[in-house]
Design a protein around this ligand. Sequence first.
Ligand SMILES: Nc1ncnc2c1ncn2[C@@H]1O[C@H](COP(=O)(O)OP(=O)(O)OP(=O)(O)O)[C@@H](O)[C@H]1O
Length: 363
Amino acid sequence: MSAIPDSAAHLSVDAIRVGYQLGRTMQEIVHDLSFTLQRGQIGCLLGQSGCGKTTVLRAIAGFESLISGSITLGGKELSGAQHTAAPETRHVGVVFQDYALFPHLSVADNLAFGLRGLSAQERQSRVARLLSLVGLTSQEKKFPHELSGGQQQRVALARALAPQPDLLLLDEPFSNLDVDLRERLATEVRDILKEIGTTAVLVTHDQHEAFAIADQIGVMQNGAIVQWDNAYNLYHRPATRFVADFIGLGVFTTGTIDPAQQHVNIELGSLPLCHGMESCDANAQGQVDVLLRADDVIHDDASPLQAEVVRKAFRGAEFLYTLKLKSGQQVLALVPSHHDHALGERIGIRLEADHVVTFAKTN
Ligand SMILES: Nc1ncnc2c1ncn2[C@@H]1O[C@H](COP(=O)(O)OP(=O)(O)OP(=O)(O)O)[C@@H](O)[C@H]1O
């Protein structure tokens, strides 16, 4: 599923195919991929290593030509099947994974580097504003090696924003940072981009990062976007089994449709078919796979339904329990961490699903 081209969009990526020349043959990596962003929106391409995220970003930056399709920014076509505007003419900023700062220049000079066309006074005031925006005013005289990874990434962001690009591209910008810092910095970067209203596209394989920063996320599989949506819908209304599996924590459990009642019966109880779903196969028959998220299974001491704790992972505020049902099927449950149960213990659970997601059975 791909986005419908939108003529009012600021960035429009329309049915692009991109590949690499290997000897005499063109190996197509990105197939018929489309999405749009309004001015000031932040989009994210999320997917496993090798699915083609960076290739899309490189095509938007102008480093790769298109086999077919088009890329339009602010109403102007940057790439089509016949032409590729040079990267330096696109008004597109790029933040790379390795920051790519100039090691011999101070923080302030790194930021001023792309502003040589401005007067000294304008340059100074833009650098001062950006330093304050990224919270590095007191570090302006330092050199990159004197900064932490998170600070270096903020300098890279400020440097890319300095020429006031029409679009900012971020290629796995947080992957060199600690997991804890990644999500925090992603939220900070979102606040900064929103404050100045910059349209941006980020690529990452980390869904928490994507959730923290993006308005719209495209889940990629084998060079195509399989769902372009907001984080809530990707989690609660996954369009395909791949998205359901890739996003969030959950298991598939076997369900049997009761067509008369429009319910699906699973070992844990009965769920209204398609509950909370805008699109769903209400005519499904027989057996289906039902997606059960870890937050659909609630720990409840008063429930007569019991399951055995077979695995537990402490996550601070919660435990992620893997629970074995009577049949041997396993489900996941996120439980507040003051409920500390031992492996092998049987605990009461009940079902509480806001969205009932089913897929055709695979085995
Ligand atoms: N310059 C190139 N020449 C030939 N093939 C390439 C080139 N760059 C990338 N590829 C191939 O294109 C495919 C997609 O690569 P790409 O870097 O776009 O994926 P990705 O999703 O960004 O992966 P990662 O998360 O690992 O960076 C891979 O199979 C890769 O080997």
